[in-house]
Ligand binder design. Structure first.
Ligand SMILES: NC(=O)c1ccc[n+]([C@@H]2O[C@H](COP(=O)([O-])OP(=O)(O)OC[C@H]3O[C@@H](n4cnc5c(N)ncnc54)[C@H](O)[C@@H]3O)[C@@H](O)[C@H]2O)c1
Length: 428
């Protein structure tokens, strides 16, 4: 007992000393952040971080403890980086992930100053698509040490294994090493494809995301999910690979077609319905929902809280699938006629309590989103039955019993078929 007390007293003494040292270390980090702000330098210096971990873990004599100390230092550096980031960019939001925290920096015009937030002073492999105004990737490329721009065709077809292999081969030809990085400039398609390539290449290299659609700003660019489609199955092959940073420049939305804007708003409405009744009432305002930046910030807060609570989607994160079970079926059956957000909008309708549904119909109509569809229900049901969430003829779905609240429920495929059939009729 005496030995136990003595060991505990020793740990208490060490912990109090470590708290003092931690604070001192963060004060020094704050000074470095101030210097970086003055000199326009980014927070992340991957090479120095690696050297620091190698040098300091070598000071531990026990090899097993050396490995643990290296892991501890990695966490500490991620924390230090997030702290510096919060000083450099007070408006930045930090997302905590198992592999280290990362910032989301939202500011008008930040695209032209990306080099002060991201470490672009290395080989940067930019990935974009043909539909994205070339000025965006070019503005970023101008701030990079060495850069390559890889452009894929616009649209979901680029989220394919073939496009992934072409991209990986181009990265290899460019001589990209593990110290270099991939920078996605585009919507969810480019982000998902480039993120997966970054996760796979040399077992993983740094990934930055600069989303250019509303949907990718509020949803696809954060949370670390990356994927391509396989044999007609959406997101069948993927990885969790969180970005090192996300840059959101609302100015780029000026060139986004209005249908794509509505497409993104559908995901914002989804988040409002399940988590934020105040945000939903904004969408009901006949004079407009106010500033797009406020909507983006509200959605980013929701998405962050969900992915921080359940990064690997073992439970709670499934709430983000609200509207997606029917939505994916509708999307496949529509054969490219409807956008992802439009299908999610339709997929949410039967999942809301009647009191919410009426209000949702008005909001969707107001935002230019569909409330009725004539898709082939049998075709949609085929996809839903093969959905990864389907087991024993039943599927887990998310419902909204009242505004700002959600529930998980298992329903039969028959019930879902009935729900799809209601979407063929006029919604009131
Ligand atoms: N990883 C995730 O967590 C996650 C979450 C939601 C959706 N997604 C995926 O995101 C994809 C959909 O993403 P999306 O809706 O952004 O579509 P998208 O990436 O296909 O972009 C839509 C279109 O807009 C164009 N575009 C993009 N930015 C533009 C701009 N600023 N100005 C003009 N045109 C612009 C593109 O060229 C494209 O034609 C789907 O594949 C979906 O599965 C992923």
């Amino acid at each position: 007992m005496n030995e136990l007390s003595a060991a505990r007293a020793e740990i208490d003494r060490i912990d109090s000393e470590m708290a003092r040292l931690f604070e001192q270390r963060m004060f020094a980090a704050a000074e470095i952040a101030a210097w970086k702000r003055e000199n326009g330098r980014p927070v992340l210096d991957a090479v120095r971080e690696r050297e620091l971990i190698a040098r300091n873990s070598a000071r531990i004599s026990d090899p097993a403890l050396q490995i643990r100390y290296a892991a501890f230092l990695k966490e500490l550096l991620a924390e230090s980086r997030a702290y510096q980031e919060s000083i450099l960019n007070p408006e930045a939001m930090t997302v905590r992930a198992a592999g280290g925290s990362y910032p989301i920096v939202m500011r008008r015009g930040v695209l032209g100053k990306a080099g002060t937030v991201l470490n672009l002073n290395r080989r940067v492999f930019l990935v974009t698509d043909e539909g994205i105004p070339a000025a965006y990737p070019e503005a970023l490329a101008a701030q990079c040490g060495q850069r390559m721009i890889h452009t894929v065709p616009a649209g979901e077809a680029s989220k394919s294994p073939d496009a992934l292999v072409v991209l990986l081969e181009a990265m290899l030809r460019a001589g990209l090493t593990r110290s270099d990085c991939v920078l996605a400039v585009g919507g969810g398609v480019v982000g998902d494809l480039a993120g997966l390539a970054a996760a796979l290449y040399m077992r993983g290299i740094d990934f930055y995301n600069v989303p250019t659609t509303l949907l990718s700003m509020i949803d696809a660019s954060i949370g670390g999910k990356t994927a391509v489609n396989l044999a007609g199955v959406k997101n069948a092959v993927g990885a969790f690979w969180p970005p090192k940073a996300v840059l959101v420049d609302p100015n780029v939305l000026e060139t986004l077609p209005s249908r794509q804007l509505s497409n993104g708003l559908a995901e914002a409405v989804k988040m409002a319905l399940t988590h934020d009744s105040e945000l939903f009432t904004r969408f009901e305002n006949p004079e407009g929902y106010g500033s797009l930046e406020d909507v983006i910030t509200a959605c980013l807060r929701i998405k962050r809280s969900v992915v921080e609570a359940d990064e690997r989607e073992t439970s709670y994160r499934r709430v983000l699938n609200f509207g997606h079970t029917l939505g994916h079926g509708i999307e496949s059956a529509a054969g490219g006629r409807l956008l992802h957000g439009e299908c999610v909008a339709l997929g949410m309708l039967p999942m809301c309590a009647p009191s919410v549904r009426g209000r949702l119909i008005s909001v969707l109509k107001h935002l230019g989103l569909p409330v009725k569809t004539d898709i082939d229900v049998d075709l949609a049901m085929k996809v839903i039955a093969h959905d990864k969430k389907s087991a024993d003829g039943s599927v887990e779905i998310v419902t909204v019993p009242e505004l700002g609240r959600f529930a998980f429920r298992r329903v039969s495929l028959e019930e879902l078929r009935g729900a799809l059939l209601t979407l063929g009729k006029e919604q009131t």
